[in-house]
Write a protein that binds this ligand. Structure first.
Ligand SMILES: [Zn+2]
Length: 132
């Protein structure tokens, strides 16, 4: 594998500060919203602490999206348990947040790529529905 191909691969499977996450931050910020990133002990991707709204941008790879989630062909015995654990961890995180009164929104990476305006609207609608 060439050096470029390898770094492309690494970028593809990175889990934080990914393209879609950055794009959502930029979009919401330009819409005038202010939020915290990688917030709290649960490392919420985008958090609105006052309204207790937690937004997670779920990578299609890391969260095994039904459309694009695929397991790398090499080291399959490493990846399958790792991805399963990742999903289980995310579910536990959601449960803890909901128990603490947070509204949790998950947005697929592919939704951000396809319709970032729609994704932003989803977040904005949720926020405006919550009175503080
Ligand atoms: Zn996807």
């Amino acid at each position: 594998m060439s050096k470029e191909a390898r770094s492309r691969n690494m970028a593809r499977i990175r889990s934080k500060n990914t393209g879609p996450e950055l794009a959502m931050r930029r979009k919401l910020y330009s819409d005038g919203l202010r939020f915290r990133i990688h917030f709290g002990s649960e490392k919420i991707d985008l958090a609105f602490p006052k309204k207790k709204v937690a937004v997670f941008i779920d990578g299609c790879f890391w969260h095994s999206c039904p459309v694009h989630g695929s397991v790398p062909k090499s080291r399959i015995d490493y990846w399958i348990p790792k991805l399963r654990k990742n999903i289980a961890r995310a579910e536990e995180k959601d449960k803890r947040l909901k128990d603490e009164g947070w509204t949790v929104i998950h947005i697929w990476e592919h939704s951000v790529k396809k319709d970032i305006d729609g994704c932003a609207r989803l977040v904005e609608d949720k926020l405006s529905a919550i009175k503080t």
